[in-house]
Write a protein that binds this ligand. Structure first.
Ligand SMILES: [Zn+2]
Length: 111
């Protein structure tokens, strides 16, 4: 049986998966806190860890059509958010390759 590799993040402010408590992202990697997810407020990150990506999907979001991949926790398979693969509007291009994590699915431990 393969053993799952779990990456740990350094720093005082780490977001963890609410379900299994592995590290998901560092507070330092937040680009914006002003996003809307499926379950309410969501944050835009430049880097997240311990995730697996779903297939490319075209999705109509509030900011228009995007190709996205759902993000799953690689430890517990809980859906955590999505990644922007491609944006079609010029003004949304900066999001390509960035990650949305749902605040509802994250845990702030010790801060
Ligand atoms: Zn998890």
């Amino acid at each position: 049986m393969g053993r799952l590799f779990i990456e740990s993040l350094n720093g005082p402010k780490i977001f963890k998966c609410k379900c299994c408590k592995v590290d998901s992202a560092s507070h330092d990697d937040i680009i914006s806190k002003d996003f809307q997810g499926r379950y309410g407020r969501a944050y835009l990150f430049k880097n997240v860890v311990n995730i697996s990506l779903g297939p490319n999907e075209d999705r109509h979001l509030m900011s228009g059509l995007h190709t996205v991949n759902d993000i799953y926790c690689s430890s517990c398979q809980q859906i955590l958010g999505w990644r922007y693969e491609k944006a079609y509007e010029e003004s949304e291009k900066y999001k390509e390759g960035l990650f949305i994590l749902e605040k509802e699915r994250m845990l702030k431990e010790g801060w």
